[in-house]
Design a protein around this ligand. Structure first.
Ligand code: SIN
Length: 282
C-alpha cells in the first residue's frame, strides 16, 4: 500500500490547520517543507495520533532549528530542552494561563514551540491561539501609525518570580531575560506586520509616560482577546501543536482541575525581532 498523501485542513480562515497523513517519526525534507509552508500560511499546525518518543520529538524540533533550554523551567531529567507541561489534583498553577508568546523576554525570542500531549482530561484543557497579524490588521490606521516605531520592554523577572513563589521554588536570586522589542514586528518569513506585546512579559513602552504606556498596553492586551483572532484546539492523547511564536499568542485553559493533563514541549530558537523599516537580514 502506498503511504498516505499529506494534506492540510484549515480550522478557521484566520489561523490553525490540521495536517493529516504525516508520520512525525520519519520526517523527510518534503514533510519539513510542507510543515514550514503550512506554518507560514496558518501560524499554528496540529497533528493527531503521534505517539512519539522524547528523542523523536527533539529530532522533529531540530529539523526546524536549534532547540533551546527554557530560562526558568528545569526541564525533563536528562533532557533540559524538554519542558514538562503537567497539571493534576496537586497543582497550584498551570503553564500558560495568560495570553503570551513564549519567552518574549529573551533578546531573541523563540521561533516556535512543539507541544505533544500524552495525557489529557476527558473534557477541557483546550489551548487557544491568536493571530497577531489579525490583531494588528484590525487596528485603526491612526493606531497603527502611532505604534510603528515604538519599542517595549519584555521582562521575564515579574512573571517567572511569581511562578517560582507559587511553586515554592527558590530561584537563588537568579536574573531573568529582559529585552526591548518593536511593538509592531515584521515577520522574517512572511514579511507581514504583527503585534508583539503580551501581558505575560511586556511591562512598558519605552519613551512614553507611565500612565500612557499602561493605558496603551492594556488596550492592546484587551484587543488580543477578540475571538475573531482565535482558534481553539481540542487535544486528544498524542496530539501535537506546532506554533509560530513570532506571530501568535496562546492561552492554556485550566478548566479541568482536578484532572491530569501532561505533555512535553520543545522550543526552537528564533531571531531578534525586526521592526518596520529594519533592513531584512539574510
Ligand atoms: C504553553 O506552552 O504555554 C502551555 C500550552 C498548553 O499547555 O496548552
Amino acid at each position: 500500500m502506498s503511504p498516505p498523501v499529506p494534506s492540510v485542513h484549515p480550522l478557521t480562515p484566520t489561523l490553525g490547520a490540521e495536517i493529516l497523513g504525516v508520520d512525525l517519526v520519519h520526517v523527510d525534507d518534503a514533510v519539513v517543507d510542507l510543515v514550514r509552508d503550512a506554518l507560514t500560511a496558518h501560524l499554528v499546525v496540529f497533528f493527531r495520533d503521534q505517539d512519539i518518543s522524547v528523542e523523536a520529538q527533539k529530532a522533529l524540533g531540530a529539523r526546524f532549528g536549534t532547540l533551546e533550554v527554557h530560562p526558568n523551567d528545569p526541564g525533563l531529567e536528562g533532557h533540559p530542552e524538554v519542558m514538562v507541561i503537567h497539571a493534576d489534583a496537586t497543582s497550584k498553577r498551570v503553564a500558560g494561563q495568560l495570553w503570551h508568546s513564549d519567552v518574549s523576554c529573551a533578546p531573541e525570542p523563540p521561533m516556535g514551540s512543539i507541544l505533544r500531549m500524552f495525557e489529557v482530561p476527558p473534557e477541557g484543557g483546550d489551548t487557544l491561539f491568536a493571530s497577531m497579524y489579525a490583531a494588528y490588521d484590525a487596528l485603526s490606521d491612526r493606531m497603527k501609525a502611532y505604534l510603528e516605531g515604538l519599542v517595549a520592554v519584555h521582562d521575564g523577572a515579574p512573571y517567572y518570580r511569581e511562578v517560582n513563589t507559587i511553586l515554592g521554588r527558590d530561584d537563588g536570586g537568579r536574573s531573568y531575560p529582559r529585552a526591548t522589542h518593536p511593538v509592531v514586528r515584521v515577520h522574517p518569513v512572511s514579511g507581514r506586520k504583527c503585534l508583539f506585546v503580551n501581558p505575560m512579559f511586556t511591562t512598558r513602552i519605552v519613551g512614553l509616560p507611565k500612565a500612557e504606556s499602561d493605558a496603551i498596553l492594556e488596550l492592546l492586551f484587551q484587543h488580543v482577546k477578540d475571538p475573531a483572532f482565535h482558534c481553539r484546539f481540542r487535544w486528544a492523547p498524542h496530539s501535537i501543536a506546532f506554533w509560530d511564536n513570532r506571530c501568535t499568542q496562546h492561552f492554556a485553559v485550566w478548566d479541568y482541575f482536578p484532572r491530569t493533563r501532561s505533555g512535553y514541549r520543545v522550543t526552537i530558537r528564533g531571531e531578534r525581532p525586526m521592526a518596520v523599516g529594519d533592513p531584512a537580514r539574510t
